[in-house]
Design a protein around this ligand. Structure first.
Ligand code: ADP
Length: 413
């Protein structure tokens, strides 16, 4: 049976999910961690079983080789030829990649050129792509970009109010992120709402460690809270979200720092929920402390306010709202945070269904049937979206090959 593998390669990790193409069944999933660092670990879940091992994973090529050997050894695949497609998450696609594409050497060069937009992620994604192409040369390799979904934004929503040449000459603009997740959950939402996606105005709230909101108008990304990088928008686990950039030079002086990247590092790694609370970057820890700790409470208040502020702005920009979707770690699991957000949006006509909102990790309406604006909790599934894109590209390739004219070779000489 034909299988597709979805890959998310980070700088020192590689996550995967293997799907059976027909029926989209997950056959195995796992994580190769600490690649290129000592004490690497391998975790694979398949059916009810789990495989765990410590291993030295010198680089991504070694991790990929181990992964494929294990798929055979554990009996998850019988032959590598069963894996017909490999989909790779790629963080930055710039303005060039407006949708997922089959990878060839030209595409690899392009992704490499876009490294300046994602200096850590794109090279890691490329390592994953190269490693699979070497070991599975016959499988169709597909790149799926975090940014492509947002390429439909109108210019007024992605051009920054800075000298226009910055955009024109250097590509300094809003690109957004989490596109694969936003694209997936709005499709599920339209299905649940029994309306064509093209007729809906939705706001997708991807609230994980990284968090972004996306206004989706008539099925297309209309605006999104992350910007040139994933640093901006709402407050996140350790990222600041929107701040006045003048803080950078001011704090450089105050903290006696020698370069801007040092301050930007703090904005990425020491800010957000962690920075405000001083307790943790994890919403679970903050929820546990908020009754007794003022700063934990403040972190929650700022997080909730940020979401509410963007929902208000996006509803105004789109000229209406049919539904709001909660997804990712916090969005799927914290009824407490969802309720706080929805209560502040009651004026829009959102009525919370408290019983439904007490659930977690299932696709469910969490607003009452009479709610003027629907609220939905939808577990995201970026890997499935990646696998579906691979499937679409494979099917188009097969169709094209069928239609290609047959070349009859002349044997006249
Ligand atoms: P990532 O951006 O790394 O993919 P996830 O979407 O997995 O992040 O979200 C991880 C975050 O979700 C955790 O850091 C935590 O803040 C939050 N989270 C997970 N489970 C819960 C829960 N039950 N209650 C509140 N927050 C949760």
């Amino acid at each position: 049976m034909a299988k597709i593998i979805a890959i998310n390669a980070g700088s020192s990790s590689l996550k995967f999910k293997l799907f059976e193409m027909e029926g989209e069944k997950v056959l195995a999933q796992g994580l190769f961690d600490r690649i290129g660092i000592s004490n690497g670990t391998i975790k694979i879940k398949y059916g009810e079983k789990e495989y765990r091992k410590e291993a030295e994973l010198k680089d991504h090529a070694v991790a990929v080789k181990r992964l494929l050997q294990l798929l055979l050894k554990l009996g998850i695949v019988q032959d590598f030829a069963e894996i017909v497609g490999v989909g790779h998450r790629v963080v930055a696609g710039g303005e060039y990649f407006k949708k997922s594409v089959a990878v060839n050497s030209r595409i690899i060069r392009r992704i490499n050129e876009l490294t300046e937009y994602a200096p850590i992620h794109n090279p890691a994604n490329l390592m994953g792509i190269e490693a699979f192409r070497k070991i599975l040369p016959n499988a169709v390799s597909v790149a799926v970009f975090d940014t492509s979904f947002h390429q439909t934004m109108p210019k007024e929503n992605y051009v920054y109010s800075v000298p226009y040449e910055w955009y024109h000459k250097y590509g300094a603009r809003r690109y957004g992120a989490h596109g694969t997740s936003h694209r997936y959950v709005v499709q599920v939402a339209a299905h649940m709402m029994e309306k064509p996606l093209k007729q809906l105005k939705l706001i997708s709230c991807h609230l994980g460690a990284g968090a972004s909101l996306c206004a989706v108008k008539n099925g297309k990304s209309f605006d999104t809270s992350m910007g040139f990088t994933p640093l901006t928008g709402i407050t996140m686990a350790t990222r600041s979200g929107d701040v006045d950039v003048s803080l950078i030079s001011f704090m450089m002086q105050k903290l006696d720092m020698h370069s801007m990247p040092e301050v930007i590092y703090d904005l990425n790694k020491k800010s957000g929920l962690l920075g405000i609370s001083g307790i943790s970057s994890d919403m679970r820890d903050i929820e546990a402390k908020c009754k007794t700790d003022e700063r934990a409470q403040l972190a929650i208040d700022i997080f909730v306010k940020d979401v509410v502020k963007y929902v208000g702005a996006y509803m105004a920009e789109m000229g209406g709202l049919d539904g709001i979707i909660f997804t990712a770690g916090i969005g799927e699991n914290s009824g407490y945070i969802r309720e706080k957000i929805m209560k502040r949006l009651e004026f829009l006509g959102i009525e919370v269904d408290e019983k439904a909102n007490a659930k977690r990790g299932v696709a469910e309406f969490i607003s009452t049937p009479t709610s003027r604006v629907a609220a939905l909790m939808i577990p995201t599934n970026e890997e499935l979206m990646i696998a579906r894109d691979v499937k679409t590209i494979i099917e188009a390739k097969i169709e094209k090959e069928k239609l290609a004219p047959v070349v009859i070779k002349s044997h006249s000489n």
